[in-house]
Write a protein that binds this ligand. Structure first.
Ligand code: 5GP
Length: 206
């Protein structure tokens, strides 16, 4: 799969604040399309089908996986999560940038298929703070919190596989850092098209 848009992958432990960073950043970076994932996990209070996730049963999810309809998919703490390929491909082909929010193994699958994807890791200031945030959220039973923390410890080891790291200590700073990464990537010289170069040159000659 290729396309003209830039593919951004945001990864980080559950509870680290990825959703908050995304929600605060999207209005500031025009033209960034968020890809809604599919999941088999229970819907949390306030979550909307098609907005937070596509909530699917396991049979439907497996059918999509078997038909190759996911760009990547992974198991996470007893449930399945996956990125439907079509919406991502269509957006990239239209020249729109796309943001995926994935756990580490999904991020690795995407990097393999799209080596040009820009990988951003969101890290907690400390594991104790992550634990405090997971508990404060009040959405998971103790057993799930423990599993999510264990997974977070593993995921932190993958940090060097990423292009950028944002430490979410203060949310406003983390949002600014994330927006800066998107803007910097968009401004890279190799993304300037031949038409744009022609336009610059015409103005220089005029
Ligand atoms: P949560 O249950 O807290 O919403 O998400 C659990 C983990 O799954 C988070 O790390 C989240 O980023 C990740 N996740 C969400 N959607 C996807 C997806 O489509 N694919 C993969 N691989 N991980 C996902």
């Amino acid at each position: 799969m290729s396309g003209r848009g830039i593919l951004f992958v945001m990864t980080g432990a559950s509870g680290v604040g990825k959703d908050t960073i995304r929600q605060a950043s999207l209005p500031a970076v025009e033209g960034l399309h968020y890809s809604v994932s599919a999941t088999t996990r229970e819907r949390r209070v306030g979550e909307v089908h098609g907005e937070h996730y596509w909530f699917l049963d396991k049979v439907t999810f497996k059918g999509m996986a078997d038909r190759g309809e996911f760009l990547e998919h992974a198991e996470y703490v007893g449930d399945y999560y996956g990125t439907p390929t079509r919406a991502v491909r269509d957006a990239l082909n239209c020249g729109r940038d796309v943001l995926l929010e994935l756990e580490v193994s999904g991020a690795r699958q995407v990097k393999k298929r799209r080596p040009d994807a820009i990988m951003v890791f969101i890290a907690p200031p400390t594991l104790c703070e992550l634990e405090r945030r997971l508990r404060g959220r009040g959405t998971d039973a103790e057993e799930k919190i423990q599993k999510r923390l264990a997974r977070a410890r593993e995921e932190l080891r993958a940090v060097r596989e990423f292009d950028y790291v944002v430490v979410n200590d203060t949310i406003s700073t983390a949002v600014k850092d994330f927006i800066a990464i998107i803007r910097a990537e968009r401004a890279r010289a190799h993304r300037v098209t031949e038409q744009e170069v022609d336009l610059f040159l015409r103005e220089v000659r005029a």
